[in-house]
Ligand binder design. Structure first.
Ligand SMILES: Cc1ncc(COP(=O)(O)O)c(C=O)c1O
Length: 409
């Protein structure tokens, strides 16, 4: 088949015959290009990379050892389908230990290959064409993308600083509420760093129950909670028979590439999720599931990850404040969001956060991620550093570079 006939065959949901012809460049591709250009221009200068959104350390030694052991066990060779009981049991123990949530490990937990695929599967479980998924903006877009693939619609609930980056359910139009089936929350919230409290979760549960909407909390960053004890939506009365929560080993256990997590909550919803998942993938390698079970049973692992990123974020707050940014410690996640500068005294002015971010990469080899919502810059604490001395060196060098710029805010 010629390329032009192939071009005519793409589905409308990915652009149809226009697929790949747009000139708009994805935000992260723009950052990559700017990084490449800056490295080419200043080959001897170190890039201070605060733009990376994934853990910089490998999984804990006992988890890696468990995987090495399990890889050799012939029992683990086959399809895992909807998962092994050993991991589900460990997930239920973890939920009880960390959040006081009592789950039936047979019926209320199902593994997933990380939270991203779980979020992609969920709309197929709940959303018919013309129905709505309520998402947050800014937010992690996967459930919204799949909702649209399936002929549903997405309604963005704006997260604003004045509301503590929590959505305001009273602001939702009545016709949207009527068509909504699914609400995807994400607390601790990426990228704002906001953390939900019991009161907000209770409000979300009540809103979902009153309006026939399944509330799902994407808890990807739950172990990276700094300002309080990590809070699970499922620990709030009224959640366990109506809501779902998605957990992942990625962030809190330094296991981002292992692709392992679980969906937990209302029994019937977990069963429906498992049915659709069974038609989507054949489960994670059992050896990975067994190593992940070892990880879940060790409370010291997420504790260490939390201490590492909290320490770095505190140093970053100080570094950014010294350069004039209005920075404060996030409640959770490994991200720090600050308002982008408007320009540099005697230098360029920036029309938006993206221009500020491009300037920082190009002229100072400091990488951040711009967000158009509120014109913010996201600084991640996951910059590569193997020791605390390394960490301090990177912070000190970045502070020096930022200190030489006279920002206008
Ligand atoms: C809010 C949020 N949800 C989900 C994910 C996906 O994580 P994973 O698929 O590794 O579990 C991420 C990763 O960046 C995230 O930030």
């Amino acid at each position: 088949m010629s390329e032009s006939s192939l071009q005519a065959l793409f589905a409308e949901r990915i652009g149809g015959a226009q697929y790949g012809k747009g000139t708009a460049i994805y935000k992260f591709e723009k950052i990559k290009r700017a990084k490449r250009a800056a490295i080419a221009q200043f080959p001897d200068r170190e890039l201070m990379d605060f733009g990376i959104g994934e853990n910089d350390q490998p999984a804990a030694p006992i988890v890696r050892q468990a995987l090495k052991r399990e890889v050799d066990d012939p029992e683990n060779r086959g399809y895992a389908d909807n998962g092994i009981q050993e991991y589900k049991d460990a997930a239920a123990r973890y939920m009880k230990r960390e959040f006081g949530v009592e789950l039936n490990p047979v019926t209320q937990v199902n593994h997933c290959i990380g939270s991203k695929p779980a979020l992609a599967i969920l709309p197929a479980v709940f959303v018919n064409p013309g129905e709505i998924t309520l998402m947050t903006a800014p937010g992690y877009p996967v459930a919204g993308t799949y909702t649209k693939y399936l002929g549903g619609d997405v309604y963005n609930m704006l997260l604003e600083e004045k509301n503590g980056f929590l959505p305001d359910f009273t602001a939702l139009p009545a016709d949207v509420v009527k068509r909504a089936k699914l609400m995807v929350l994400n607390y601790p919230n990426s990228p704002t760093g906001a953390v939900a409290d019991e009161k907000f979760f209770a409000k979300a549960i009540a809103f979902g129950r009153a309006n026939g909407i399944v509330v799902v909390n994407d808890a990807a960053h739950i172990q990276l909670t700094y300002n309080r004890r990590p809070l699970s939506l499922l620990s709030i009365p009224g959640a366990l028979d109506a809501c779902l929560e998605i957990h992942t080993m990625s962030k809190g256990w330094d296991m981002i590439g292992w692709r392992m997590g679980f969906v937990a909550g209302a029994e019937l919803a977990v069963r429906a999720f498992a049915d659709v998942k069974d038609n989507t993938d054949s489960g994670q390698f059992k050896a990975v599931q067994k190593a992940a079970a070892v990880a879940l049973d060790d409370p010291a692992i997420p504790q260490r990850v939390r201490v590492r990123y909290k320490r770095r974020l505190e140093k970053m707050v100080e570094m950014l404040r010294a350069a004039g940014f209005r920075a404060s410690m996030p409640g959770g996640t490994y991200f720090l969001m600050v308002t982008a500068p408007k320009g540099v005294r005697g230098g360029p002015s920036f029309a938006n956060a993206e221009e500020a971010s491009q300037y920082l990469i190009r002229e100072h080899m400091i990488c951040t991620v711009p967000y158009e919502e509120g014109e913010m810059l996201r600084w991640s604490a996951t910059f590569p550093a193997n020791t605390e001395q390394d960490e301090d060196r990177i912070i000190a060098e970045t502070k020096k570079r930022l200190g030489a710029i006279r920002f206008v805010f």
